[in-house]
Design a protein around this ligand. Structure first.
Ligand SMILES: *[C@@H]1O[C@H](CO)[C@@H](O)[C@H](O)[C@H]1NC(C)=O
Ligand SMILES: *[C@@H]1O[C@H](CO)[C@@H](O)[C@H](O)[C@H]1NC(C)=O
Ligand SMILES: *[C@@H]1O[C@H](CO)[C@@H](O)[C@H](O)[C@H]1NC(C)=O
Ligand SMILES: *[C@@H]1O[C@H](CO)[C@@H](O)[C@H](O)[C@H]1NC(C)=O
Ligand SMILES: *[C@@H]1O[C@H](CO)[C@@H](O)[C@H](O)[C@H]1NC(C)=O
Length: 415
């Protein structure tokens, strides 16, 4: 008993060490490979020593899977030996062996290349972001600071998945529940009868938004102490980073509908009462949301906009995340996002992104059947808001409009 246990530990440690070595030297192998294929001078073509190089690169992954198979033999009791009499047929045997040695996660094989439009679209969004960050005509608080100057508490929207090397900056009211669900599934932290949950929609809503389910950058401090910043920067460099955005005004309508048109005790007490008191001629608003709704009292959209424009609001506390600007949540000028999704093209973007992350074999983006706030409703919603207030509101959200390529809503602003 004791020796077999020791042996197992030895095998696992040994394998881990070998894998570590491979990871450490992987970059070098990749680099030399690349170097050999890059013509150094544009002279006459000489035959490349390609055939010599080729086997090495293709051997490495199979070597890895050999280790996997080797370790699995020891770790999985019972599967090491065929239980029934070994079949004489060798082709069947090899078939079986192949089945057993398939690594647990294989990348999905795509027969069609990614549509060039999708690739171009991402290229454009990333380039726009870079241009806007470099353009001095667009200014906002914190634009010039370095990543090190961002306080930890402002990094609480960056969810990290070390298993797949992914960082997601969540923006509330932009399909964030579904992307958080996907991050939970990828992290394999939620077990369903002993196996990781695989169905995004099976994760209950309150769990999705429970911060204990997500490992965010601001928690690094607790775990890694003074190495936290250094590690964050390494991860930001190596991992694939993404976020999803939407038209800023439509996002505000969506936030209002979700938090103030539906009874929400928390938001009623923290925000609706303040709005009613300040702008709604209600010195003593009803004590609970149920009471208020039964009396037909809730702040109007116009009150909500007034609240956002009131300088007192930010003095009391920073904007709530549901209406805080994306540039304040995700720091797009300090973090170079690899993928910028738009809610307006959510389905295509989700497919593209999951493929880019190489997790489209693990999880699918849930298609939403909910009634999304549409941009065509904008003029109706803003009809109660004075034009002057609309213009001020645009100024407040202008960086989001420009960083992410949303057109200035001239028809609303020039009435
Ligand atoms: C291989 O095994 C399958 C069952 O696993 C069996 O149905 C089939 O007849 C076998 N093939 C040969 C060529 O023996
Ligand atoms: C910055 O943005 C302004 C307004 O969009 C534009 O006119 C200008 O050319 C930009 N500057 C640079 C350097 O891109
Ligand atoms: C940011 O830098 C630009 C020039 O690079 C400067 O004009 C601007 O005042 C700076 N803004 C802040 C908030 O420091
Ligand atoms: C979040 O989850 C933790 C543990 O799963 C639980 O203790 C806590 O009460 C939850 N918080 C909320 C706000 O639901
Ligand atoms: C979505 O909501 C709008 C207005 O609230 C309504 O007119 C429309 O029929 C709804 N659409 C669906 C598919 O439920």
């Amino acid at each position: 008993m004791g020796t077999s246990r020791m042996f197992r530990i030895f095998v696992v440690l040994g394998s881990a060490f070998m894998i570590l070595l491979i990871i450490i030297y992987w970059d070098d192998v990749g680099a030399s490979h690349f170097y050999l294929h890059t013509p150094v001078s544009p002279g006459p073509k000489v035959p490349h020593p390609v055939p010599q190089k080729r086997p090495q690169t293709s051997r490495a992954p199979s070597f890895l899977s050999d280790i996997d198979a080797f370790v699995n033999q020891f770790l999985e009791p019972g599967t090491g030996e065929p239980t029934d009499a070994a079949p004489a047929d060798t082709s069947n045997q090899s078939e079986k062996a192949e089945e057993r040695y398939i690594p647990r996660r294989e990348w999905k094989i795509h027969l069609t290349p990614l549509a060039p439009e999708l690739r171009d679209r991402q290229e454009q969004r990333r380039r726009l972001l870079q241009e806007m960050c470099a353009n001095d005509s667009i200014l906002f608080h914190g634009k010039n600071r370095s990543f090190d100057d961002i306080p930890n508490k402002e990094l609480d929207h960056l969810i990290v998945d070390d298993r797949h090397g992914i960082i997601y900056c969540y923006v509330p009211k932009v399909a964030c529940s579904n992307w958080k669900r996907i991050m939970i599934i990828l992290s394999e932290s939620l077990l369903q009868e002993g196996v990781p949950q695989r169905d995004p929609l099976a994760i209950p809503r309150d769990l999705v938004h429970n911060s204990s389910m997500h490992f965010t950058f601001n928690k690094f401090w607790k775990r890694y102490g003074k190495f936290a910043r250094h590690l964050m920067k390494v991860k930001l460099k190596k991992y694939t980073k993404f976020l999803f955005v939407r038209d800023p005004f439509v996002r505000l309508i969506s936030a209002y509908r979700n938090k103030f048109e539906l009874p929400n005790e928390d938001f009623y007490r923290r925000f609706a009462q303040v709005m009613l008191r300040r702008y709604g001629n209600q010195p003593t608003p009803p004590a609970s949301v149920d009471e208020a709704f039964s009396l037909g009292i809730h702040p109007s959209f116009s009150h909500f906009i007034q609240y956002l424009l009131d300088p007192q609001t930010e003095k009391d506390m920073p904007f709530n995340e549901h209406w805080r600007q994306v540039y304040r949540l995700c720091h797009p000028c300090q973090i170079q996002y690899d993928f910028v999704g738009h809610l307006e093209t959510a389905e295509e973007d989700a497919e593209h992104l999951l493929r880019l992350l190489r997790v489209d074999n693990v999880v699918e983006f849930p298609t939403s059947s909910r009634n999304l706030t549409a941009s065509s409703w904008e003029s109706d919603w803003f009809s109660t808001v004075p034009v002057e207030a609309r213009r001020e509101l645009y100024k407040l959200y202008e960086p989001d409009f420009r960083l992410f390529g949303y057109e200035k809503p001239d028809s609303l602003l020039n009435e």
